[in-house]
Write a protein that binds this ligand. Structure first.
Ligand code: MG
Length: 213
């Protein structure tokens, strides 16, 4: 199936910030009144088993495990009740974040492009066809560093649900086949360093692992 190779042709990685209340809280933020949206370039992709590179000058690299939604067909201004027709599949993913860069950018009111979009900032597992996940709104997503659980959340805790997100972002960006929407991270984000091993998964349905170097 062509969609399984979404990292090779997908043009956009659209990310949602602060979509879990406990993560917003651990970052010291109130909930926002509409979704926070930012982009990563497709050069950020890193397939299962890859090496996550600490971006030059970064002293605080954080992991954020997230459920990814892969777009199966082109659409814009998609209605919430039609959103599921545009889903091609799912993936477990990381929104790797240079937290120190992001902090500086926030202070100055500057964009997060480097903090969030550097090479290898979007590690992904393998493609999961839509049919394999009956209810994406009730999935346990987890992350371990060197074998220890650091994040464990449930997609039922998302503030903005998947159909709403597809509808919202497609008002502004035409969604195309192979695009990825990262739906936000639960609480438990923390720093990783050279040599650490990160493992991520959805229940026991999908698993991927990466090394920091
Ligand atoms: Mg994130």
């Amino acid at each position: 199936m062509r969609l399984a190779r979404f990292t090779e042709f997908g043009k956009k990685i659209i990310c949602v910030g602060r979509n879990y209340a406990l993560h917003a809280k651990e970052m010291g933020h109130d909930l926002s009144s509409k979704p926070i949206i930012f982009l990563k370039p497709p050069t950020a992709y890193l397939p299962d088993g890859g090496v996550i590179k600490v971006p030059t000058g970064c002293k605080e690299l954080h992991h954020e495990v997230e459920l990814g939604v892969i777009i199966g067909r082109k659409g814009s201004a998609i209605k919430e009740n039609e959103a599921s027709d545009f889903i091609g599949g799912y993936v477990i993913a990381l929104d790797m974040t240079a937290r120190d860069f992001q902090g500086e950018a926030k202070k100055r009111g500057e964009p997060w492009s480097i903090a969030k979009g550097f090479d290898t900032s979007c590690p992904v597992g393998s493609f999961i066809p839509k049919e394999s996940i009956a209810n994406p709104e009730s999935l346990k997503i987890w992350l371990k560093v060197n074998g220890k659980v650091r994040q464990e959340g449930n997609t039922s805790d998302m503030i903005y649900k998947i159909p709403f997100l597809i509808s919202y972002v497609s008002q502004y960006f035409t969604l195309e086949t192979g695009d990825l929407i990262l739906t936000g991270t639960p609480d438990g984000v923390s720093a990783v360093k050279d040599g650490d091993q990160i493992e991520i998964g959805i229940n026991d349905l999908s698993k991927a692992s990466f090394t920091i170097a």
